[in-house]
Design a protein around this ligand. Structure first.
Ligand code: SAM
Length: 418
């Protein structure tokens, strides 16, 4: 593969530079952003843009004084979208040949009925709902699933419906090929084992898992109020070096996977699993950090999180929320905007790149949400402890686009008693 030109920038400014490159039409979406060994990142560029690229103006517009330079990425990696597109082409070819060999006619409607995205867990591929809905597939039985598995390079296949809206967020998953539904997923050297028909695994949260893995939690006590199968509990223990994690979970299936995963990764001794409703957790005054990884909103967990923080020194809350770009937050929990906003200038980070066109207005909505949340939490803390607290917005992380105009964000909120 040929090398591609790229703009080398500081990681913290990558999203802002990317937006400007996109606006100028010189951003190259075919390839992944590459991390450099010195903490900088290389943003791929369209090759023929170089003569017109004015680095000085770009730097002055985005962040005067920040170091930028042109480099070449020698072995560029295709972006996830490009990889999936080429796998999709392969799948279309395989199924087209199968249909023709059975005397059926190929049509563009059938192409639309073939999955365009999927999740891979080891040798099992999970395709989404709304594909293979045409009548022609029905008569083909196992032959079809074998061909799909061949096209996708896996040995087991399953299909996911919507994550149910029950309190456990149970996925509705049917096995299409193979009977064993237990999978092993390895992310960042952590092994997650779970039953795809009983537990959900949100692949879109990988950036948040990596961010947690990069924290230094040495000596800290962490509480994970919504542990699931250990998505965040494990990075806190394996990579961030937390002294102890209290992991709360109420789904029996997730609980058994969580315990198994703690064993598999050799960290059970530093974790206490609490079974049941985390809102009723009978603990207080012990946490340096509380993780509230629940969407569309973790609002119900705020009071218990405030009680859990160390009352003399405070700590950090990581609050997840789906936020609608039009202003009011998405999700069932009403959110009352307040005035009198505490906190300084938050840095809006970009775990996964926000969609094209993420501009200042959207960033202002996110900041508004963060500052309102900070005010509500400060009040909760003061009510609970009977003394004033200061809350400050440390960081806003964009985890993923959840739906059109709805973004899954995480607010890192520092809370200190006064
Ligand atoms: C969506 S998963 C979160 C996993 C991870 N944060 C992620 O985003 O991939 C939410 C988990 O919290 C659990 N949960 C939700 N409300 C809970 C509560 N009040 N008490 C204990 N567990 C709860 C659910 O059973 C589920 O396993």
């Amino acid at each position: 593969m040929n090398s591609v030109p790229a703009l080398r920038v500081e990681r913290r400014l990558a999203q802002r530079y990317r937006e400007h490159l996109e606006a100028q039409g010189v951003w190259q979406p075919r390839y992944r952003v590459q991390r450099c060994s010195d903490g900088m990142v290389a943003l791929p560029l369209v090759p023929n843009c170089l003569p017109e690229l004015d680095l000085r103006t770009l730097q002055l517009t985005v962040s005067p004084g920040s170091p930028i330079s042109l480099v070449y990425i020698q072995t560029p990696t295709l972006s996830k979208r490009e990889r999936v597109m080429s796998e999709n082409d392969k799948l279309v070819k395989t199924l087209r040949e199968l249909l023709v060999s059975r005397g059926e006619r190929w049509s563009e409607e059938l192409r639309e009925d073939i999955p365009h995205s999927w999740q891979r867990h080891g040798d099992l591929v999970l395709v989404g709902e709304g594909c293979f809905s045409r009548l022609v597939w029905e008569s083909m039985g196992t032959e079809l699933w074998q061909a799909v598995a061949h096209g996708l390079g896996c040995s087991r296949l399953a299909q996911i419906g919507r994550v149910s809206s029950d309190e456990f967020r149970t996925p509705v998953v049917t096995m299409l090929l193979g009977e064993d539904s237990i999978v092993t997923h390895v992310d960042n050297r952590i092994r997650y084992e779970f039953d795809v028909t009983k537990c959900m695994f949100s692949s879109g949260n990988i950036t948040e898992k990596l961010r947690i893995a990069s924290f230094d939690c040495t000596g800290e006590t962490v509480v994970d109020l919504y542990a699931g199968i250990g998505y965040f509990t494990l990075p806190y223990l394996v990579h961030a070096g937390a002294a102890h994690v209290h992991a709360c979970e109420w789904s029996p299936h997730a609980l058994s996977a969580l315990k198994r995963n703690l064993e598999l990764n050799g960290v059970s001794e530093r974790c206490t699993v609490h079974e049941g409703d985390s809102r009723r957790l009978p603990l207080c005054d012990l946490a340096d950090r509380v993780n509230l990884g629940l969407i569309p909103s973790s609002r119900e967990g705020w009071p218990v999180a405030c009680r859990l923080l160390k009352q003399n020194t405070g700590g950090v809350l990581h609050l997840h929320q789906n936020v609608s770009s039009s202003g009011p937050p998405a999700g069932p929990t009403p959110f009352a905007p307040l005035t009198g906003r505490p906190g300084g200038e938050p840095g809006a980070g970009a775990g996964s790149a926000p969609p094209q066109g993420t501009g200042d207005t959207q960033r202002d909505v996110w900041k508004g949400w963060a500052e309102d949340t900070a005010a509500v939490v400060a009040r909760l803390l003061s009510d609970i402890s009977g003394r004033p607290w200061r809350t400050s917005v440390q960081h806003i992380e964009h985890v993923k686009s959840y739906a059109p105009h709805i973004h899954h964000l995480v607010l890192d909120l520092e809370c200190r008693p006064l």
